[in-house]
Each structure stands twice: as structure tokens, then as C-alpha cells.
Design a protein around this ligand. Structure first.
Ligand code: COI
Length: 355
């Protein structure tokens, strides 16, 4: 049964948690706002999106998401400018990507009208949770889970598309050191690496814990077949600067097509920064670190924006990166955040006003 596509059924929360939230002391993704968006898929169609008070879900223990991991998600942010206007950053790209991820996990595509209507109604309700000022944002987490009961290993016939929101500041609170992976892999050819599939992240936790025991916060994943090429970090795409040349790996079916990554590529072109999108070998980065030509490594992602890496480990050796006054990481973070907070011209049409 096809239901109306441009209405959202809203039930407001009786009380708000906002007064008890310390906005100056937010650990990433720990506090959630008062409402959530839910849209059910059943009888072959997505139903009317609903906004409900934030709270636990009741699900059958045999729901397929618990057994087969049929789950995908997105990461987005809303920003408030000095005039209290709320902006999203390239939300159409998130919409396209969640449906690409869904397709790979045999989840039905979500309609665009529902995505935007549900999200915008939710953001309007939660506008006080979005604080002004660089570094403050509302992290938005759309996700889809297979809710149909039954442990037969086949795609579900019922799903929930949901959006929850969390006020955010920095993703990493301290310095980030990365280890180049020599044994474990994040993704393989023909797999789900390009999708924001929940299981991609679960599979990283164990190797990342091992790396943490050795003093690293993240792993840079290498290609699964040779471990000779650097591909992506756990929560970020990754850039290298050798001399003044910026290098990042091309996307493929193992690498997430990061929205911050492609924004940095566009900005690098705009500002005539020497950029190469090509395979990056472990050897060239280790050699460049040894001969002093490796100036920076930084990660990019919605949650973290642009995150400098202070050092890396490989083959039992640890390498430190120089502290630069004029880093590319700082340059791109400044350019991106000014666009996101409506403080700079938006030449690429990336900003989206929530009306
Ligand atoms: C994001 O940057 O939004 C992500 O989805 C990464 C996440 C694991 C925090």
C-alpha cells in the first residue's frame, strides 16, 4: 500500500532533556535529542514517516538485523549560523549513499521525499539542540535495520528507517596516531567496503583494539591482497602530503566514497593544490617519512571533519610527523567549516538550508 509521501506524523515529547545536557562537555555520540524519526517498511512499501519521543525500540529477538547484520547507516551534521538558520552539508549525497549501501545489502531503497521531509521536521523540532559556533553541530545518524522476525537467511520483508540526533563537538579528544595494517583487512574486492554497512565497522573493532594496545587510535587499512597500498582509516578517508603534493587513494568497491573526502578534492582543485588521486603505497610513505619529505597525514569524515595524524606505525617502527604552521589539514578544515557554518561563499552549492 502506497502511503502519502509528504506528510510526517509527529508526536512531541512531553519533556525535554536539554536542560540537563552539558553542551561544553560532550563526548561524541553519547547524548541524544528528544525525538527520533521512524519509517516502517512493510507490505512492499515505506509507510508514512513518524516522529516520536526518543526511546527504546521493541523488536522480536529473531529480527534479521540481530542475526545477519542487515543494517546500513549514514553520518551527517546540521550547523547553525549567526542568524539561527540551520544548514546541512551535501545531504543529497548522504541520501544517495544510503540507498547505494542499502542496495548492496538487499534493503529496499528509501524515498527521497521521506528522507528530506522526515529529517527537516526532526531538525526543526530539535533546533535548540544545535548550538552556534565553530565546532558545535548536531550529528545526524540515519540508519536502516531489518526488523522482520525469523532466522531464515534471506533478505527481510520488513525494515525500519530511522534518524537519531546527537549534539556534537570533536570526535577525537586527543592526538591521533595510526598503525598501517599488515595482517587484517577492512574490505575485499567485490565485498561491501564501499557501503556504510554496520558490519564493516564491527569487523574493525578487534584489530583496532590490538592497535590501541600498542598506542594507536586507528588503523589505516591496506589492500586485502598485498597489504602494500594504503586505503582508508577506521572512521575516515585518508590523505598524505609528500612535500607539497597531496595524495589520496581512489575510491573503489573497498573504499567508502566519503563526502568530506570529495569536498577536499574539490577544494584542492579550486585552490590549485597539487593533488594526485592514485594508489598510495606503504613503501613510498615509509620512505618519505624516513627522508623527511612526508609532511602530513590527515583523515577526513563527517564526524571528525579533518583530523591531523601525529604519527604512524609500521613494521614495528614508529614515525612522528612534523607539527606544521601551514598544514593542509588546517587549511581544508578552515575552508570546509566556513562553508558549513555559512561564513563563506558556497561556490559548489554544498549548503542546504532547513526551512
Ligand atoms: C562519520 O564520520 O559520520 C561516520 O560515519 C564515521 C562513524 C563511524 C563515526
Amino acid at each position: 500500500m502506497e502511503t502519502s509521501t509528504n506528510t510526517v506524523d509527529i508526536q512531541k515529547a512531553a519533556t525535554s532533556k536539554i536542560e540537563n545536557t552539558d553542551f561544553n562537555n560532550l563526548a561524541f555520540g553519547q547524548v541524544f535529542t528528544d525525538h527520533m524519526m521512524i519509517c516502517d517498511y512493510k507490505d512492499g512499501a515505506w509507510q508514512t514517516p513518524k516522529i516520536r519521543p526518543y526511546g527504546p525500540l521493541e523488536m522480536d529477538p529473531s529480527a534479521k538485523v540481530f542475526h545477519y547484520g542487515q543494517a546500513v547507516f549514514e553520518g551527517m551534521k546540521a550547523f547553525k549560523d549567526e542568524k539561527d538558520q540551520i544548514w546541512l552539508f551535501r545531504p543529497e549525497d548522504n541520501f544517495d549513499r544510503i540507498n547505494k549501501s542499502s542496495e548492496r545489502l538487499a534493503i529496499p531503497a528509501f524515498p527521497k521525499e521521506h528522507f528530506f521531509a522526515g529529517m527537516e521536521e526532526l531538525l526543526k523540532l530539535e533546533k535548540d539542540w544545535i548550538k552556534k559556533g565553530f565546532g558545535n553541530s548536531l550529528y545526524i545518524r540515519p540508519f536502516v535495520i531489518a526488523t522482520e522476525a525469523g532466522v531464515s537467511a534471506a533478505p527481510a520483508k520488513e525494515y525500519k528507517f530511522m534518524i537519531i540526533c546527537s549534539p556534537a563537538q570533536a570526535y577525537y579528544s586527543g592526538e591521533v596516531r595510526v598503525q598501517f595494517s599488515e595482517k587484517y583487512s577492512r574490505a575485499a574486492d567485490g565485498g561491501v567496503g564501499f557501503a556504510k554497512a554496520a558490519g564493516n565497522y564491527a569487523a574493525q573493532f578487534y584489530p583496532t583494539n590490538l592497535a590501541k594496545e600498542e598506542g594507536f587510535q586507528q588503523i589505516i587499512w591496506t589492500d586485502a591482497s598485498s597489504h602494500d597500498y594504503l586505503e582508508e582509516a577506521g572512521t575516515m578517508n585518508i590523505f598524505f602530503r609528500i612535500g607539497d603534493k597531496l595524495i589520496t587513494a581512489p575510491t573503489n568497491d573497498r573504499i567508502l566514497d566519503g563526502i568530506t573526502r570529495k569536498s577536499i578534492i574539490s577544494l584542492a582543485k579550486e585552490f590549485n593544490i597539487d593533488l594526485e588521486v592514485r594508489r598510495v603505497s606503504v613503501k613510498e610513505i615509509v620512505d618519505a617519512a624516513k627522508n623527511g619529505e612526508l609532511k602530513e597525514i590527515f583523515g577526513s569524515g563527517t564526524a571528525t571533519v579533518v583530523n591531523p595524524i601525529v604519527g604512524f606505525g609500521h613494521g614495528g617502527e614508529k614515525y612522528d610527523l612534523p607539527k606544521l604552521e601551514d598544514s593542509y589539514a588546517g587549511f581544508f578544515k578552515d575552508k570546509l567549516t566556513k562553508i558549513q557554518y555559512n561564513q563563506a561563499e558556497d561556490k559548489f552549492n554544498w549548503r542546504y538550508l532547513v526551512k
